[in-house]
Write a protein of this length. Structure first.
Length: 79
């Protein structure tokens, strides 16, 4: 990567640390670095518990709409 983009490894490492802190601060995920010849960077996306609760509440409300109830008690989900 460093050779391909003609960048110093130390500069790339510093950039990764900055991105890691920013992602954790705004709660969009975690960055993990793996050292060694086969190493790299792993990004694991995540959301805050507050955001997850909001998403679940929105989904619950949408699935509870009366026009989604089909005969036999099924719920329409194809949209």
């Amino acid at each position: 990567f460093a050779e391909k983009y003609e960048s110093a490894k130390s500069s790339i490492s510093e950039d990764i640390v900055i991105i890691k802190r920013a992602f954790e601060e705004i709660e969009i995920g975690h960055i993990q670095t793996v050292t060694g010849a086969g190493g790299g960077v792993i990004f694991t996306p995540s959301i805050s518990s507050h955001e997850a609760k909001e998403m679940i509440a929105d989904l619950r409300d949408k699935l509870s709409e009366s026009d989604r109830i089909l005969p036999g008690g099924y719920i329409y989900l194809s949209d």
